[in-house]
Design a binder for this molecule. Structure first.
Ligand code: FE2
Length: 190
């Protein structure tokens, strides 16, 4: 994984990959830090400082966050649908999560475009701060739903074999070039 070399957010703790659900939960803490930095950056009018922050946040969004979202959609959620029982309400739970993910993804092109403008020391579009606020809200709700509903259910229903498969899948995605693969796949619709 290409860990951002910036003290704003700690690098991912790859030692947790052997416990994939713990790894995903730890990633959510890092994403909350990203969202807090994004919120502050959108209100910061100091051009040089904003440009440096925007470059870091853009890298993090297209790298770590794109990889995480793809990992959940392509590996974790299908496993959950396979293992959960009707009484678990998995369709309703994933419906809530996927709704927030879709909202964030719809806004992501405008967020990415604004970050690129800021990174180039240009002023973003007039509506950038409002779009960022909506994007942040959707991402925070996504994290809340996953922490409260998805990860506890995964801990209950996934087998040791499932967790081993998930760990192997995540290790592959986090390996050399993993972030750039996620970015090339255009998770955010680029
Ligand atoms: Fe997540």
């Amino acid at each position: 994984m290409r860990a951002p070399r910036n003290p704003m957010i700690e690098p991912a703790d790859l030692r947790l990959l052997s416990a994939p659900l713990d790894f995903l939960e730890a990633e959510h803490y890092r994403f909350r830090a990203f969202l807090a930095h994004l919120e502050r950056m959108a209100a910061d009018h100091r051009v040089a400082r904003r440009a440096a922050t925007a470059r870091f946040l853009l890298d993090f969004l297209l790298g770590d966050i794109a990889r995480h979202l793809a990992e959940e959609a392509e590996a974790l959620f299908p496993l959950l649908r396979e293992r959960c029982q009707a009484a678990d309400g998995i369709d309703r739970i994933l419906g809530l999560v996927e709704g927030e993910r879709a909202r964030a993804r719809d806004l992501s092109l405008a967020v990415i475009a604004g970050l690129r403008e800021c990174a180039s020391r240009c002023a973003p579009e007039a509506g950038f701060a409002a779009i960022v606020a909506t994007f942040i809200g959707a991402m925070r709700r996504h994290i809340d739903w996953e922490n409260a509903l998805v990860l506890p259910l995964a801990r209950k229903r996934l087998t040791s074999g499932d967790l081993a498969r998930l760990a192997a899948d995540m290790a592959t995605r986090c390996g050399a070039g993993g972030d750039s693969v996620a970015a090339r796949q255009g998770y955010f619709g680029e």
